[in-house]
Design a protein around this ligand. Structure first.
Ligand code: BTN
Length: 241
């Protein structure tokens, strides 16, 4: 379904789910314009009307135990990255946990909101925002880039949307089939800064470290001179020096 305008496609899908009519697995809601787009960690998601992809996809990974939900993050991230690699022929990567990066710039982001029942995920609302044809961004948007800035040409939004959905579906089916190692490996193969000595900050202290992997539950593993430590999203910042 394509909406001219929504506050946030994630909110729209959530409201649809709270109505009595059932909503089919795989439903995609795209908005040409979002006036209250939400990002991770209570951030806003900025997107110029009509220029980019802002959409949400409904999945029902009821087969996935709550503790393994990071596998869904990985499958969706890899789906988006592989579609964009195909569309741009460029080295698009995933910055842990689920930012879409090209070089040192952010091409898009993913906001997954789970509705939990017992110890399983009843619904996952997978919200994806991708900068496609926008080239001017407000100064408050941190280090953005877009498909147009990579390819120097406009891209058809609907065509890109269907390519991305096809790639996400392929990776989601692998998840359903229990191919967890393949998902984990693909995520690592496309991970920004993997095995590179870089600068990070944690609790206000800068340090040098190397990302060596991701734990089963989605923590980032960073090796420093003295130790190997696991971080959650709030505990570590990447420093681009
Ligand atoms: C992030 O990187 O902070 C995640 C951004 C997610 C943005 C998308 S746009 C479609 C969907 N609706 C929202 O309000 N947010 C997500």
């Amino acid at each position: 379904m394509v909406l001219k305008e929504a506050d946030s496609t994630n909110n729209y899908l959530k409201e649809l789910l709270s109505n009595t009519k059932p909503v089919a697995d795989g439903t995609v809601i795209m908005a040409e314009s979002q006036y209250a787009g939400r990002g991770q960690q209570q951030n806003k998601w900025h997107s110029a009307p009509g220029m980019n992809l802002t959409f949400s996809l409904l999945l029902r990974p009821s087969f996935l135990p709550l503790g393994q939900q990071f596998y869904l993050t990985q499958a969706v991230s890899i789906g988006v990255v592989s579609a964009l690699r195909q569309a741009t022929s460029e080295n698009v990567q995933v910055k842990w946990p689920n930012d879409i990066y090209f070089g040192d710039k952010k091409l898009g982001g993913i906001l997954i909101e789970n509705i939990v029942q017992g110890s399983n995920i009843k619904h996952s609302i997978v919200g994806i925002g991708l900068n496609v044809n926008q080239t001017d961004f407000p100064p408050e948007v941190p280090n953005p880039t877009s498909v147009k800035q990579i390819l120097h040409s406009d891209h058809d939004l609907h065509q890109l949307l269907s390519q991305i959905c096809a790639h996400i579906e392929a990776w989601y089916l692998k998840l359903k089939a229990g191919k967890w190692d393949e998902i984990r490996q693909a995520y690592l193969n496309n991970l920004y800064w993997l095995n590179q000595e870089r600068e990070f900050s944690s609790d206000g202290v800068d340090f040098t470290g190397t990302i060596t992997g991701i734990t089963e539950h989605g923590f980032l593993v960073v090796r420093t001179e003295s130790e190997e430590k696991e971080f959650n999203l709030k505990q570590i910042q990447f420093l681009n020096k």
